[in-house]
Design a binder for this molecule. Structure first.
Ligand SMILES: *[C@@H]1O[C@H](CO)[C@@H](O)[C@H](O)[C@H]1NC(C)=O
Ligand SMILES: *[C@@H]1O[C@H](CO)[C@@H](O)[C@H](O)[C@H]1NC(C)=O
Ligand SMILES: *[C@@H]1O[C@H](CO)[C@@H](O)[C@H](O)[C@H]1NC(C)=O
Ligand SMILES: *[C@@H]1O[C@H](CO)[C@@H](O)[C@H](O)[C@H]1NC(C)=O
Ligand SMILES: *[C@@H]1O[C@H](CO)[C@@H](O)[C@H](O)[C@H]1NC(C)=O
Ligand SMILES: *[C@@H]1O[C@H](CO)[C@@H](O)[C@H](O)[C@H]1NC(C)=O
Ligand SMILES: *[C@@H]1O[C@H](CO)[C@@H](O)[C@H](O)[C@H]1NC(C)=O
Ligand SMILES: *[C@@H]1O[C@H](CO)[C@@H](O)[C@H](O)[C@H]1NC(C)=O
Ligand SMILES: *[C@@H]1O[C@H](CO)[C@@H](O)[C@H](O)[C@H]1NC(C)=O
Ligand SMILES: *[C@@H]1O[C@H](CO)[C@@H](O)[C@H](O)[C@H]1NC(C)=O
Ligand SMILES: *[C@@H]1O[C@H](CO)[C@@H](O)[C@H](O)[C@H]1NC(C)=O
Length: 722
């Protein structure tokens, strides 16, 4: 041994003062060595500027002035510590091309020749493997070495910015309590066992053997194996239950510090799908993903669930050389006891109740969400929740009341309950509700006037606008007004307000035949219909006695046969909630209805009158959803005198004597929230109807151009078609 060293030493001395040494690695492996001057003066090390280079331009190689930390240049790394008598060089992923002569040294004072030998003959050297482990598991890495290294020290390193010593076989204290244990067969392999793995243990490790250079003092390490350890953070997967043909919303939470990192999802053993964009929905197959950079969440939405969607999903974040993820076991239940999809209609300005049922075990926060244009159901944000009132009505059932319904509320809703886990929350959406809207009706007396304001987008000023009665754009459409044509009726006036982007149609001197549904249309877009209900000028008053009966004769204004008799303050609510008899249901207890078509009337009889019968009633006639009403006042006296009168003076008197029969009802003018800023992509419609005696505040509604789902008639409701 000594002889060999002397020979090398002597050989190296042949080239003058310069020492030389040899470093051996293998293809695919790494090598680490010290560049050291055994004849150095301490002062020589105070010079910065260390290098390990093959050519003058130092490619390949590395040169740096930086001290006290590893500096990298591709596969070459250098660590210069001014207090030591050497500096370290580390070369990773060696190839045959690296084989050759190099120089290492201090730029000012000294240099050595280094022969780098890259051996490709070793069967065990230069291997690279990926191993996976779950947290708290134990894993063993096996490192094979070639014949001849039995007595050499075996080392185990971890790669950080540079190589970091973990442990070696010559370390004396190796109790079984240690996190890392190295056991050397002293024949052909050694094992390194890593216990109680945590996510922090993930990374790249190196197995190596110590080799001698030209002296026992100057050794180098040949790394023979590289191991990439992936540690799966959350070993327990989260079970998420969803239902066939329904949807599921999952929010995966990651530590705030990874907000900017790329997220991914992975189904079963398929490829990881990176979420390339932040803060927008991205679709892959049928999985919608949204990387919320402000929260550091990854939202996942899957709709129209089928059995094929069942499986193990991972939602994760990429962190340098490892991944952090949550495993989701999505279970699709084939049957459910939930209501099928339901359709509800709401009047703008009123409220609407939606009923949701959910599996009782998911009894945490309840949610309702609305589908957007991409049919993604996002959880309604808390700011909007003021108008959404949740209440538990029974086990497994909750209701949501949406108050002050706006045009933008039309659409498809889903509701469901949330389940919460440490790293994710999921909402299994179980009920679908299709919400359509109608405008509140406009109710006027004969002779009054009604003003209909039709909105249009600023860029539609030049487009043809119309107000149609009944349908628009059909052959039988009745255009009340069309902006490119002369007025069709003399009692209609049009005002064109180009500043507010409104055109206003005023119908004066209303007549019974003006009752009906009106629609504003701009170009080919039609807005929600507005129903105009007409109340006949003359009402009917009957004064009757308790115990007696009354026969009320209501005149048909049109030649229609749908008649209704109802009780209530406002005719529109009366026909909805207060119907006593109608042409579809002619006998109802003490109430009966008969048609005298020849006389152009229908008669309603009420027998066995009580004092409670006193109040306001309406005779109504309906044709294709257009109503004409006659107000009926019934006074019930204790005395036995019975009299029938039809004069308007008595009508007013009766009103005073008899209390409101329906104290809970609202006036028929609706206060609908105005859009705060009409220019923010909102089209706004203002509908105001004037009555001569009172001054009324405008009733305005705001709505955006999309999101309106209407299922009326055959006209084109595609409000997005701008
Ligand atoms: C190692 O280098 C070879 C080329 O010599 C390259 O193909 C390979 O990707 C490298 N491996 C790593 C882990 O960098
Ligand atoms: C590799 O080994 C073969 C025989 O096993 C030998 O002939 C060859 O010279 C060796 N090459 C190197 C570069 O050591
Ligand atoms: C980690 O745990 C999961 C679920 O318990 C299991 O399927 C997987 O095989 C484990 N991985 C390893 C490397 O043990
Ligand atoms: C082995 O470990 C001991 C103790 O940490 C250390 O003193 C020694 O230099 C190491 N040897 C090698 C070759 O890394
Ligand atoms: C190393 O691990 C392998 C497989 O786990 C085992 O067969 C072998 O005996 C171990 N060797 C040592 C020296 O512990
Ligand atoms: C949810 O249900 C579980 C068991 O059915 C019960 O222990 C828990 O108190 C319930 N939580 C709520 C918020 O109702
Ligand atoms: C409203 O005024 C604008 C600008 O003067 C004009 O282009 C448009 O045709 C008018 N619309 C109606 C309905 O009169
Ligand atoms: C209704 O009352 C009138 C007179 O009070 C009576 O002639 C008629 O037969 C009654 N009709 C019914 C259906 O009760
Ligand atoms: C309305 O009139 C039509 C024909 O004129 C008739 O077929 C229908 O039965 C009538 N409906 C009612 C409720 O009287
Ligand atoms: C009216 O009252 C009488 C006696 O109280 C009763 O016999 C009769 O059935 C009642 N008629 C109706 C339609 O309720
Ligand atoms: C509805 O409007 C869209 C867009 O303008 C148009 O493509 C479609 O043909 C229209 N449909 C009908 C029934 O008018």
């Amino acid at each position: 041994m000594k002889a060999i060293i002397i020979i090398i030493f002597t050989f190296c001395l042949i080239s003058g003062q310069v020492l030389c040494f040899r470093v051996i690695g293998c293809t695919g492996g790494s090598v680490m060595f010290k560049c050291m001057n055994s004849k150095q003066k301490t002062s020589d090390y105070q010079y910065k500027g260390k290098f390990f280079c093959r050519n003058r331009d130092c490619t390949p190689g590395i040169s740096t002035e930086i001290q006290h930390r590893w500096v990298n240049n591709g596969r070459f790394s250098l660590y210069d510590d001014e207090n030591s008598r050497f500096f370290r060089v580390f070369i990773r992923n060696l190839s045959r091309e690296d084989d050759g002569e190099y120089t290492c040294g201090n730029k000012q004072k000294w240099s050595h020749d280094v022969t780098l030998v890259v051996n490709k003959n070793s069967s065990s050297c230069g291997t690279s493997v990926i191993q996976s482990a779950n947290t708290s598991q134990t894993i063993t890495f096996q490192c094979k070495y070639d014949h001849g290294f039995e007595k050499h020290t075996k080392v185990f390193y971890r790669v950080n910015v540079g190589p970091v010593h973990v442990l070696n076989s010559s370390q004396s204290s190796q109790s079984s309590e240690e996190k890392f244990i190295l056991s050397d067969s002293q024949k052909d392999h050694f094992n390194v066992t890593l216990r109680d793995i945590s996510t922090a243990d993930g990374g790249v490790y190196l197995c190596g053997v110590e080799r001698y250079g030209f002296s026992q003092k100057n050794t180098h390490i040949t790394f023979i194996k590289e191991i990439s350890l992936h540690v799966y953070g959350q070993r327990t997967s989260v079970q998420v239950e969803a239902y066939i043909s329904k949807s599921v919303f999952i929010k995966c939470k990651f530590p705030q510090k990874f907000k900017g990192n790329k997220k991914f999802i992975q189904k079963d053993s398929s490829q990881k799908i990176p979420v390339d964009e932040q803060n927008q929905w991205v679709l892959h197959d049928k999985v919608h993903m949204f990387d919320d950079s402000s929260e550091g969440h990854l939202n996942i939405f899957i709709s129209d669930l089928t059995a094929a969607d069942e499986g193990t999903y991972r939602c994760g974040v990429k962190i340098t050389d490892k991944h952090l993820f949550t495993e989701i076991k999505l279970k699709i239940n084939q049957v459910d006891n939930f209501h099928g999809s339901s359709k509800s209609s709401a009047v703008v300005g009123e409220s609407v109740k939606l009923i949701c049922n959910y599996p009782e075990k998911h009894n945490e926060t309840k949610h309702i969400c609305k589908e957007n244009k991409k049919k993604i159901c996002q959880i309604i944000s808390s700011s909007e929740q003021q108008r959404f009132e949740f209440s538990d009505s029974a086990a497994g059932v909750f209701t949501v009341i949406i108050s002050n319904v706006r045009l933008t509320d039309a659409g498809v809703y889903w509701c469901g309950a949330e389940t919460r886990h440490k790293h994710l929350t999921s909402v299994s959406l179980t009920n679908k509700h299709q919400l359509t809207l109608t405008m509140p009706p406009v109710i006027r007396h004969e002779g009054d006037s009604a003003e209909i304001k039709c909105p249009y987008d600023a860029n539609q000023a030049k487009e043809i606008k119309r107000l149609c009665k009944g349908k628009c754009f059909t052959k039988d459409a009745q255009n009340i007004i069309q902006s490119d044509k002369a007025n069709v009726k003399k009692y209609i006036s049009v005002k064109n307000d180009t500043e507010l982007n409104l055109f206003t149609v005023t119908i004066t001197d209303l007549r019974a035949e003006d009752a009906g549904k009106y629609r504003c249309a701009v170009k080919d877009m039609v807005y929600l219909p507005i129903e105009l209900m007409i109340i006949m000028k003359d009402g009917i008053t009957h004064e009757v006695s308790v115990g007696g009966s009354v026969s009320i004769s209501c005149k048909y204004i049109r030649k229609q046969n749908q008649s209704v008799f109802c009780r209530g303050d406002q005719p529109n609510i009366c026909v909805r909630d207060g119907v006593r008899v109608s042409s579809n249901n002619r006998i109802n207890g003490r109430f009966s209805l008969t048609d005298q078509t020849s006389a152009g009337v229908f008669t309603v009889n009420i027998s066995n009158l009580t004092e409670e019968d006193c109040g306001k009633y309406w005779c109504g006639e309906e044709h294709s959803g257009s109503f004409i009403f006659t107000e009926v006042h019934l006074r019930v006296n204790r005395d036995t005198i019975s009299s029938d009168r039809r004069e308007t003076e008595d009508h007013e008197m009766a009103k005073e004597k008899c209390r409101d029969s329906d104290p809970e009802s609202n006036p028929f003018y609706w206060t609908v929230q105005l859009p705060t800023n009409p220019s923010d992509g909102l089209l706004y419609a203002a509908v105001s109807f004037q009555k001569h005696e009172e001054s009324l505040s405008d009733t305005s509604v705001g709505f955006s151009k999309d999101d309106i789902h209407c299922d009326y008639t055959s006209v084109n409701y595609s409000i997005t078609a701008v």
